[in-house]
Design a protein around this ligand. Structure first.
Ligand code: ROI
Length: 173
């Protein structure tokens, strides 16, 4: 449909019941004007990137089809982060909710406020593996195909929560 773009949102949490945080964010995004929520990946548990003295993260990726322009979409994501940000972390520290605009169609944007594709996306197992569920054939503008990126991105402990036997640290322990 004209004027509607498929975008991918990365969700992450490692504080205050991460699974509930992710679910709450998904529900809220589905209720926003100007956005249609598509499928959401499974939830994944991932060891923290950055300082290791913090809980594991729960990560997921959601697809939306939206009439919002990229900055309006970013506003929506940041408003929801604020709504759920009961605790804020230090730089690369623990956080209640992170919502990242990963991809906005095949557009490339590099402004002070927003870089799309998300600058870390192509290197992060906790983004690439959930994204692959929803969009296995997608190309990351400027970075190549998702499959090429996955081929050189070790899982680094990223695994589906539902298949997790719980031998490691609990996300909210
Ligand atoms: N590490 C993981 N595994 N998942 C995240 O979503 C995540 N987000 C962050 C930092 C703290 C950089 N590390 C992360 O913001």
């Amino acid at each position: 449909m004209h004027g509607r773009v498929t975008a991918y949102i990365g969700l992450g949490s490692n504080l205050e019941d991460p699974v509930a945080q992710i679910h709450q964010a998904v529900v809220a995004l589905g209720q926003r004007e100007g956005m249609e929520l598509g499928p959401v990946s499974e939830l994944y548990r991932s060891p923290p990137m950055g300082p290791q003295d913090q809980p594991d993260f729960v990560n997921a990726v959601a697809r939306v089809v939206t009439a919002l322009d990229p900055l309006a979409l970013l506003d929506v994501l940041q408003a929801q982060e604020q709504a759920q940000a009961r605790r804020r972390g230090r730089h690369w520290g623990p956080r209640t909710l992170d919502l990242d605009l990963l991809l906005y169609g095949n557009q490339v944007l590099d402004t002070e406020r927003l870089t799309v594709p998300h600058p870390g996306l192509h290197l992060r197992a906790f983004v690439l593996y959930p994204l692959a569920e929803l969009a296995p054939g997608v190309r990351i503008p400027g970075r190549g195909s998702l499959q090429e990126l996955l081929a050189v991105c070790p899982r680094e402990g990223v695994r589906r929560l539902r298949e997790d036997t719980g031998s490691g640290t609990r996300p909210d322990a």
